[in-house]
Design a protein around this ligand. Structure first.
Ligand SMILES: Cc1cc2nc3c(=O)[nH]c(=O)nc-3n(C[C@H](O)[C@H](O)[C@H](O)COP(=O)(O)OP(=O)(O)OC[C@H]3O[C@@H](n4cnc5c(N)ncnc54)[C@H](O)[C@@H]3O)c2cc1C
Length: 368
């Protein structure tokens, strides 16, 4: 039996661990903090392949959406997954690009349509039509969002209970153990050593902290993401909306999760954040213009995280050159793609196949 170590218990590590264990590997997951305690726990988590060229990258995202849907057949209930599609309207200068995107998505067979004002009112009756004006509204019926920590926990529970995987939290990998050029294990912060035939690094933005060998480091181009949460409010939002005012989605018990790209750009990861900061209040005021029924409400919580983005913005999935036994699985849009990527990684490591879907996303492109 192939012995494997998965570093990290976010959506990627959980998906990889589940599929490895299901394929017959002996799996140990080493997680520095807690399940979902990294970027996965601070994600807008919109499942989409909405604007993700080139085509092979779009295809990976579509496959991720389908893999999420297929989990219903495997797990019965998938309470972490929410559908409902997504709505989008954009400012005047961006409308030509929006039309082009929709045409391209349709030509790729992706569900994308325009909705009329009465249809929109039926979908989201609490949106103020004045906030839309004359903007055309697009609807992407197959999109949705995820509760990533609930998902990661479900995958790891299944890996443990059904297939005997071990999940060890509080175990921070500080270095790889090498035997010649081969990676044969890892050392964690308390000095414990774990041995394996294959190590899969799913540590997200912390990928490079798991090895001191700079020659094995993956170049990253991380960005900061800032989320604001309202308390439970009087708005019956039931899907992702991306608008000229704010991006929003439900976050349980009547709360809204809010995101606004321009705000991200003004923040650094070490910016101290609090619900009373002007940026948080600004996002809630924007949400109020969209949903007047929420009333005068203050932010309840804010969270900031760093997106794990390989330097060319595409996924990095595969063996790391110069070694054997060492594989990385690092990507942005990991919430969308992880169930599919987990299956591909297991098929390569246990099934011994080279998955053509990953041909454009090999880490080797960074190591010439
Ligand atoms: C604001 C924001 C919005 C986003 N929106 C979307 C979206 O709409 N749709 C989408 O698909 N994606 C979105 N993303 C991206 C998505 O959240 C990430 O791609 C995904 O969560 C990455 O998952 P991961 O498992 O690779 O990383 P993580 O969730 O960060 O998991 C890595 C784990 O490794 C652990 N770890 C780190 N170092 C070590 C170590 N040395 N030893 C052991 N364990 C270690 C960490 O504690 C962590 O739990 C968004 C991200 C942000 C920040």
């Amino acid at each position: 039996m192939i012995k494997t170590i998965v570093i990290g218990a976010g959506v990627m590590g959980a998906s990889v661990a589940y599929r490895l264990a299901q394929a017959g590997a002996v799996v140990t997951v080493l997680e520095a903090t807690r399940i979902g305690g990294g970027t996965s726990g601070i994600s807008f988590a919109w499942t989409n392949a909405h604007k993700k060229p080139p085509k092979p990258y779009h295809d990976l995202n579509v496959a991720g959406m389908k893999a999420h849907a297929a989990l219903a057949g495997e797990f019965g209930a998938t309470p972490w997954r929410h559908g409902g599609g997504s709505l989008e309207w954009v400012a005047e200068p961006d409308r030509a690009a929006q039309r082009e995107n929709i045409e391209q998505l349709r030509s790729w067979g992706y569900a994308a349509e325009w909705v009329t004002p009465p249809q929109l009112q039926e979908l989201e009756p609490d949106i103020d039509p004045a906030a839309i004006g004359d903007a055309p509204v697009a609807f992407f019926p197959e999109e949705g969002w995820l509760d990533p920590v609930v998902y990661a926990h479900a995958m790891l529970s299944a890996a443990r209970v059904r297939h005997g995987a071990k999940v060890i939290c509080g175990a921070r990998v500080v270095d790889l153990i090498m035997t010649g050029d081969r990676v044969t294990g890892v050392r964690v912060a308390d000095g414990t050593r774990y041995e394996a035939d294959t190590i899969v690094n799913c540590a997200g933005r912390w990928t490079n902290e798991a090895t001191r060998d700079a020659g094995l480091h993956l170049p990253l181009a991380p960005t900061v993401g800032f989320l604001v949460f309202t308390p439970p409010v009087a708005a019956n939002l039931s899907r992702v909306v991306r608008t000229t005012l704010i991006n929003a989605r439900p976050d349980g018990a009547g709360r809204l999760m809010l995101h606004w790209n321009p705000t991200d750009e003004g923040l650094a990861f070490n910016t101290p954040v609090s619900p009373s900061m002007p940026q948080a209040r600004d996002l809630v005021q924007r949400a109020r213009q969209l949903f007047p029924s929420i009333g005068k409400v203050e932010p309840e919580a804010v969270r900031i995280a760093v997106r794990p983005i390989p330097a060319d913005h595409l996924s990095a999935i595969g063996p790391v050159p110069r070694t054997s036994g060492y594989y990385v699985a690092i990507t942005h849009s990991g919430v969308t793609m992880s169930p599919f990527l987990g299956a591909l990684v297991a098929d390569e490591i246990i099934g011994g196949r080279q998955r053509t879907e990953l041909a454009d996303f090999r880490p080797a492109r960074f190591f010439n």
